[in-house]
Design a protein around this ligand. Sequence first.
Ligand code: MRU
Length: 360
Amino acid sequence: MEQEGSKGVVGIDAVELAKDEGAVVIIDQTKLPNSLEHIRLETPEQMYDAILHLKVRGAPAIGVCAGYCYYVCARQDSAGAKSWADVREPLRAHKEYLNGSRPTAVNLSWALDRMEACAEAHASEPVADVLAALGRECRAIHEEDVRMSAAISELGASLLHDGDGVLTHCNAGPLACLGYGTGQGPLFFAHDHGKEIHVFADETRPLLQGARLTSYELSRAGVDVTLICDNMASIVMRNGWVQACMVGCDRVAMNGDVANKIGTSGVAILAKHYGIPFYVLGPTSTIDRACATGDDITIELRDPDEIKTMWYAEPKALPEVKCYNPSFDVTDHELVSAIVTEKGICRAPYTESLAALFEE
Ligand code: MRU
């Protein structure tokens, strides 16, 4: 997608529609930082696998990818169809299949539902016209994502001061969101606009998105970044080196409870202890109006082998040792200083400030 800012500050686009429109092209994020490889997702199985195994990841990027996946599936499912009635059921089956790849990031179902609603709105038209509408819709999701990421980054940067140290967790930069990003967007924006920011990036066990992706993006963009293990957050806060914490989000409940990468709630609890503001940044598409509180959010449980073996040549625990591997946790709204969206900065009481975002 050739538009200003779409390639992010590191000059790469995490998700694109192939020029021939027969595939979604993604950066295989599991290969970073050691190699930058693009792969084509042509079949629903390849798409499912890429989302499940975090080749494409981060809530907004999953949403953009899902929009393109739906479009590519629609093109395949409509081959030879005389009307949209012939396409509806096979495409719905592919949509439900893709929707099962990851449960916590709401942007996945949000984008798939939006694509289906678009198809239904045009269903009485010739098949070629429905496809054309779907092609426009998935590109619109991508463009909106880049715009929202720029808006969130600018608003988030207004919360930072020259010389601040900022601690961040997981990856919510250009690879996860396109454009500047959300949780890390303000760090790039502040840097680009002359503020001196020093970033502490949690490595983010077990899959090391902070080490592999966040420190990669920030250092490529020239932002001053120090990588720390997750269990070092307390000491850097105690040393007085952190003036703000900034993270992304995978699903926000209407009371302000936030699901984000496992370990996020621990950072928020530490921040409260040390009197440091804890900011959550994400698009309104990540706010789930069907979730009243964090208790309604499904937490993805992943393969225990990710803890024991995935990133090592040899296992680091005996095969019979049990592991518990939740991919996300819920941060209580009382620990959240503000939720920054593309429409504005929300503060407590979140039941009111988040609801107000959807009023107009
Ligand atoms: O499991 P991941 O890597 O998809 O988890 C990503 C996160 O938790 C991000 O912080 C979140 O999706 C926000 S990305 C803007």
